[in-house]
Write a protein that binds this ligand. Sequence first.
Ligand code: FE2
Length: 396
Amino acid sequence: MVTALGTDVREMSGTFAFPTRIEFGAGVVEKLPGLLAGIGVKHPLVVTDAGLVKVGLLGSITGPLDRAGMKWTLFDGVEPNPTEKSVFPGVDAYRAAGCDGIVAVGGGSAIDAAKAIRLKIHHPQPLEIFDDTQDGGRFVTANLPPMVAIATTSGTGSEVSRSTVIHLESNNRKTVIFSPYLIPTIAVADPALTAGLPPALTAYTGADALTHNVEAYLSKGFHPIADPLALRGVQLVGRYLRRAVRQGDDLEARAQMMIASMLGAIAFQKGLGATHSLAHPLSSICGLHHGLSNAIMLPHVLEFNKPHRTRRLADLAEALEASTLDAPTEEVARAGILALSTLLHDVGIPTRLSDVGVREEHVPKLVAQAVEDGCHQLNPRPCTAEDFERLYRAAL
Ligand SMILES: [Fe+2]
């Protein structure tokens, strides 16, 4: 039965869950020893990347552990866009040191690698078994060591998400593993840790948060809890990303972006869309930052999706404070896409793939991987290989 608002009541059914314990606020990282003790961890493996150690951020995490006299072991071998090489040596380090829990510190790469390390501790199967496109999440059990995830960027929201993305060499693509058990036991969201993030990385990671919220809101499926979270996430990015990029130590902007990032990750339990399917190969094949790839592709995908999600794009315009009262929905939807593009431009993100080293000859390979990627299954408009090719070429 379709109501006056255009909803088919038969589609109003679904299974909902909400994520994990979140410790939020500037300085909360100081509580880490107590948090670990509370979940029975005496000797964590601290998983991060060498870059984070180099910029001196690790001390903010290990300092409190040292002051509390807690033993810890460092694994800083996580690569950007992590592969098995970021996972197996971490599993070995965990076992060799006799660790009993994991502390992940970083952006999406470090937290995702840590989730895969955590999974491998008691799950001996090869990682490709867990591939979400093969419904591999059913092989993930609750038998995982406790984990605290500490975010140092506001982008992936991996600290509160139930997925990890690892580029597997066996299938040469970014592989998503998805299970409610993968949500970290505790997420630590301390905006002060993001204050030193350079403007470009702030913009790229912020664009990832924006894309999660936008794609979740437009994606197929019924999740009435995810929808308002996604709209609020878009609104926060619209209000605070420019400030966070312009002035890194603006803690209010940093805190709001961290909330937007978590809202995005919670909202995309509902699903993502074609932007992520186009973005994943740009990282795998051309080595682009994930957030940058999303940012360049997002306006093109929104144009592509517009005929199928006009009303929802108009809602996004409202969230971005770009809606004109009484204008036809179609016009408001267009204003929404323009507002998103303007925001991405204002924070200094390039608009063309050719500006960041992607060339014509990359397109066939990119298309082949985008088709294989699972995210577009929930895109509001079905995508063929020809569509992906058109979208990449439009962005070149
Ligand atoms: Fe993403």
